[in-house]
Design a protein around this ligand. Sequence first.
Ligand SMILES: [Mn+2]
Length: 284
Amino acid sequence: MLKPQIDVYMACDTPWDQAKTVLFGAPFDSTTSNRPGTRFGPSALRRESYGLETYSPYQDRDLADCSVLDSGDLELSLGSPQLALEAIEERAAEILEGGKLPFLLGGEHLVTLGAFRAVHRRYPDVCILHFDAHTDLRGYYLGVELSHACVIRRCWELTGDGRIFQFGIRSGDRSEWLWGKDHVSTHPFDLGGLEEQVKALANTPVYFTVDLDVLDPSVFPGTGTPEPGGVSFDELRRAVTLVCSHCNVVGCDVNELSPPYDPSGVSNAVAAKIVREMLLALEC
Ligand SMILES: [Mn+2]
């Protein structure tokens, strides 16, 4: 069920029939292990978007010329990851059935699994490009399978080996790194190797998941599990633009903005601007 809509991301008010890309929020943070608060991410990001321009001088494109609908936030069962994921999957499937691109705003990273299930059903050969500080490859975390720390492992159960490409990773349990060597492709510490990977995926549908904690915490402190040693804003901006303009992106998400941990509000602006650059690059 969608909540009554109050705000939309700037200029993203295209009617459903004409929309090519549909934003939807999943304000869910129930499995967050360190610092909760990402449930406030989608609304903070929308509000902050009004402090930005719709025009991007980087891409010489304007959101006012794009066909994006912000369809609001899902009303999710915060006590049940299973039910929350089902609701996210159902919404992503509706958007795909309408011939549109689902663009999910988290929430903690577990929300990716809901959207990815729907995308994978429609595109069984889909690959994942995954930007993150963390591997998220645990089999279980604190005794549960449905955890933000396990989300990419759950996605791998759908894709199988050789279809997940991680970038910026600089944290994980030793067992996750060892397991990952045999099953996924992990580019540690930064976004090096992305251009080659994008070229290699030219004819493949791609699900693109951006955990904003791939950024250095000095740029982006507003997140649940900050991990020093991350990339700069401009490195991430260039990378998301490359992926969104050159890959066949069939679903994407931006997650892990947790506004309470950045009283300056700058993290909200960082997230809103990354979303703007992604939307503009996807539409071209
Ligand atoms: Mn992370």
